[in-house]
Write a protein of this length. Structure first.
Lengths: 492, 457
């Protein structure tokens, strides 16, 4: 792990820089701290940061960029005839990488010398068997072109890693030397250090933007790849979802969207009335002890991980619904409407339970924000408490409550574990809540787990689904914010 | 002047005059009754809503506890196994390489003989063949035996007492999960075998005891639910949390300090703030897609590694930590900053020497809550491959723990839930109990920290 050692070396340099910088500053002031512009520690920090920060930044950027640069060089070596119809070069590059890793392992374990690894000939050596003995499994026999590419990959990686180490250490030494040389009793170390720290703070804050950009771009590029391989008309307007890993699949989002919205609707039908009434009761009726007892307990429901709800749906609610609706004459209702434990109703009910505290605590905050004077006025005119709630408090809180419901809807649409375990895998348009249906999130999971080939539309469709999901939830959040901001009553 | 002067007709009108609001104050008018009924109904709806919510919590908790506690008990059978030298070490040299050549298949006959001997010793009459008798035991028994022999080759030839796991069906029978009716079509166990089990329980050979292996052990393959444990995936979660803590806390605090204390009010700051609040609402699976695309496909970090899981969860937790840290910074009154500036500190010094230490308890509370959220998150882990294999080896070094494939607690629970075997379902519920114990502990620590150190100015 050379990068690890590089970091250790850098940290050691920084520590030495701190001690030496501080010492030198004091020395120039003749040991009298009052002669210094800044406190002695700032001179130390100055040298340490100058050595550490630029070098670390270069190390990070270099590590990020190096793989793609090397791959570009190597992919030029692979003949175009190797790239199969409908596939990209990524697959071949994966082989190249695996072979290169295998050679590394062989060298590390002593099965090959460094020179042997560089001169291997696919014609004379059975590389697959050789590496197989070392525990590196290759998918197929090694072709000479791939071997050449792998050897050049190793060579380039080696050179690049050496160059990386040299550049990083050189940079650290330069920073060290420059800062050390500047250290003097009149040098404004505190100002420089504080400017540096400020820059670091800004970088940390910008990471939020970087994450969003990362999310959007990672999904956008792969989605564009997908739309290059698959018609966008079928994705947005087709009627069937039938992925077929031999190719020629129907990949339409509409049946998935229907399942997602149907399950979310049931969840909201459960969560909104219960959550809203709970919030009204807690804020308008409940005595202080009841409130301090019931509110945290309800909020526990929000802290339970979704995997727990998923298991609850799969193993408790689903079988319970089957005994009610699906057991025929043995069941509670004597009907046979439901065949398996997974269904829209299963997932919807459980998701509804999960959303109760979400709706109730958001609504509670909003109802509490309605000024007491309005309630007093209504009660003073002779309205009962429920009339006050219905005719005064709720209308005043309505925009906030709509916002809360929209936020809950966005949560429901993006929820994954409950639907993965409770909703099923069949994509269809059906209005029967006892049938199993599938959602956008479950399909993302199933298309991206297991053996995936990032060149086939069946895998790439997951990124298009993810992007749609992202846009959908973002749209709901923005709409919720907009409603709250625009229609909020101003009381002050 | 007096009432007497009123004519009878006047009295009549006076009696009729309040016809609109007739009736006494003591008897309610129908309208009032209706309004009061509506009031009571409304109130009842509210109470019912709270009741339903709390009932759901109760059902959830009793389900988890009722179905999960079984995983903390396991049925074992005690047997005396003769480690026959002829079978385990033909050469008699105690050469480890030679002993290693004997696979678990070679150990199965020893176990068969031991069970048959035990049954004979207890005086149980049965028509079952030794192979069927050994079916009471887990498939793990031979592996346990082999591991013991490899560690203690000098004991070959002796008779050693072992405590073996029973098969998951026997375990289920002891816990009441499996009954004689339910096994009618089960080819893994027969009523005759259960007769033997009953006799062994009577003799004290077979008993159900606390299952430490479930907490410390590794996952096991599909056929051996009785040997599966949470230990290795707990380590996976631990390494992920280390990554989250090491990255999310410093970055989150730095970002909050900038936004709360230094940021000028301009479009860039606005964009950052909107971004952070939006990121907090992005579905967790989207972070999984990001992790897959950036960390695995682009940067070629190893699949299934806790390092990647930690990075993804860091991005997911950052908004939570930033929001709570900003609240904590905001709660420190401006007078503290003014005082620091007044005695000559720079703005940076005021923040780092005075505001930050005062906000530390709030920051810590927010961080713990963010970590608890990350610990229970499953969806992104599915996409970066932390599900779908058997996490069997505990990592030995820090680098190994970060980079070698592992599972995590919620991913392990999901994995067990996918295997269609009630014995694994019991493990899944048991895993949830462990996970919830961690979450409750973390949240309790957060609450205590808040109570203990929160200052009101």
């Amino acid at each position: 792990m050379p990068s690890f050692w590089l970091v250790i070396v850098l940290i050691a340099l920084a520590l030495a820089g701190f001690v030496l910088g501080r010492k030198r500053a004091l020395a120039t002031a003749g040991g009298d701290m009052k002669q210094l512009h800044s406190l002695p520690a700032y001179y130390g920090h100055h040298v340490a940061f100058s050595a550490l920060v630029p070098a670390l930044a270069v190390l990070a950027i270099w590590s990020l960029v190096q793989p793609s640069l090397i791959e570009n060089r190597v992919s030029d070596m692979v003949p175009a005839s190797f790239v199969e119809e409908g596939h990209t070069i990524d697959l071949i590059l994966t082989d190249v990488r695996r072979l290169a890793d295998g050679l590394d392992a062989a060298v590390a374990q002593g099965a090959l010398s460094e020179a042997q690894a560089a001169d291997l000939d696919a014609g004379t050596t059975d590389i697959r068997a050789l590496l197989g003995d070392l525990g590196v499994a290759l998918g197929a026999d090694v072709q000479p072109e791939i071997l050449a590419a792998a050897q050049s990959y190793r060579g380039l990686s080696d050179t690049a890693s050496t160059a990386k180490a040299a550049v990083v250490i050189l940079l650290a030494l330069l920073g060290f030397g420059f800062a050390y040389q500047r250290t003097h009793k009149d040098f404004r170390a505190r100002n420089v250090v504080e400017r540096g720290v400020m820059a670091l703070l800004i970088v940390a804050a910008s990471l939020a933007i970087l994450t969003t950009v990362g999310i959007v771009f990672s999904m956008l590029f792969e989605s564009l790849n997908f739309f290059g391989l698959h018609s966008w008309r079928d994705f947005f307007f087709g009627g069937t979802w039938a992925p077929n890993f031999r190719g020629d699949s129907d990949l339409s989002i509409l049946p998935l969207l229907w399942g997602t919205l149907y399950i979310s609707l049931i969840a909201l039908l459960v969560a909104v009335p219960i959550g809203l009434f709970a919030a009204i009761y807690l804020s308008e009726y409940a005595s202080a002890p009841v409130r301090s007892f019931a509110k945290p307990l309800l909020e526990i429901l929000a802290g339970i991980p979704t995997i727990v709800y998923g298991l609850f749906a799969l193993l408790t609610v689903g079988p319970m619904l089957v005994t009610i609706f699906g057991k025929g004459d043995d069941g509670v209702l004597g009907v046979e409407w439901m065949s398996g434990a997974t269904s829209v109703l299963t997932a919807g009910l459980v998701m509804g339970i999960m959303l109760i505290p979400f709706v109730s605590s958001l609504s509670d905050d909003i109802i509490n924000a309605v000024p007491q004077a309005m309630r007093d006025g209504s009660l003073g005119l002779g309205a009962t408490r429920s009339e006050t709630v219905r005719q005064v408090v709720l209308p005043a809180a309505l925009p906030g409550i709509v916002g809360a419901v929209l936020l809950a809807a966005s949560r429901a649409i993006g929820e994954t574990m409950i639907v993965v375990m409770g909703a099923g895998a069949i994509a269809k348009f059906s209005a029967n809540p006892l049938e199993s249906m599938t959602t956008i999130t479950t399909r993302i999971v199933s298309q991206l787990t297991g053996d995936t080939d990032f060149a086939s539309p069946e895998t790439l469709v997951a990124f298009a689904l993810g992007l749609t999901l992202f846009v959908l939830t973002l749209g709901l959040n923005v709409l919720a914010l907009y409603i709250v901001r625009t229609y909020r009553e101003q009381y002050d | 002047m007096s009432d007497i002067s009123q004519t009878p007709s006047q009295i009549a009108t006076a009696g009729k005059a309040p016809s609109k609001h007739a009736g006494s104050l003591l008897a309610q008018s129908p309208h009032t009754k209706k309004r009061n009924a509506a009031e009571r109904r409304f109130r009842a709806y509210g109470m019912a809503a709270i009741g339903v919510g709390l009932l759901m919590l109760l059902i959830l908790v009793t389900t988890i506890v009722g179905r999960g506690t079984g995983a903390f008990q396991q049925t074992y059978v005690t047997l005396n196994v003769e480690l026959v030298e002829k079978k385990l070490d033909k050469s008699g040299t105690r050469d480890l390489a030679a002993i290693k050549k004997v696979t678990t298949f070679g150990y199965a006959p020893l176990i068969r003989d031991a069970v048959a001997a035990k049954v004979a010793e207890l005086g149980i009459e049965t028509d079952l063949k030794p192979k069927a008798l050994a079916g009471i035991l887990s498939k793990d028994a031979a592996a346990t035996l082999r591991a013991f022999v490899l560690e203690n080759p000098d004991q070959i030839g002796e008779t050693v007492e072992f405590r073996f796991l029973t098969s998951s069906r026997v375990d289920g029978y002891m816990k009441g999960r499996v009954s004689r009716d339910s096994i009618a079509n089960d080819k893994n166990i027969s009523p005759e075998q259960l007769d033997i089990v009953d006799a062994m329980v009577g003799a004290g050979t077979l008993e159900t005891v606390f299952n430490l292996d479930f907490i410390t052990g590794a996952d096991a393959s599909d056929a051996r639910p009785e040997a599966a444990g949470m230990g290795v995936s707990m380590l996976g979660s631990l390494f992920m949390m280390l990554v989250v803590l090491a990255l999310a806390l410093p970055i989150g605090v730095a970002a909050s300090i900038y936004l709360e204390e230094f940021a000028p009010k301009n479009w860039l700051t606005d964009i950052i703030e909107v971004n952070i609040s939006n990121l907090a609402a992005v579905p967790s699976i989207v972070f999984g897609i990001l992790g897959l695309a950036v960390f695995i496909n682009y940067m070629h970090l190893p699949m299934s590694a806790p390092l990647v899981g930690g990075l993804v969860l860091t991005l997911m937790t950052l908004p939570t930590i930033i929001i709570s840290t900003r609240a904590a910074l905001k709660a420190v009154p401006p007078s503290i900053r003014d005082a620091a500036l007044g005695v000559g500190a720079s703005r940076m010094q005021a923040v780092f020497h005075h505001v930050l230490p005062l906000a530390a308890p709030g920051i810590l509370t927010g961080t713990i809550i963010g970590l608890a959220q990350a610990l229970g998150e499953t969806a992104p882990l599915l996409l970066i491959g932390m599900v779908g294999f058997i996490a069997s080896n505990a990592p030995e070094t820090l680098a190994d723990g970060l980079l070698s494939p592992n599972s995590a607690m919620p991913a392990q629970i999901y994995e067990w839930a996918k295997r269609a075997d009630p014995a694994f379902y019991e493990r899944a519920w048991g895993g949830i109990i462990i996970l919830l114990i961690f979450l409750v502990t973390m949240n309790t620590i957060a609450v205590i920290l808040r109570r203990r150190f929160e200052r009101r100015w």
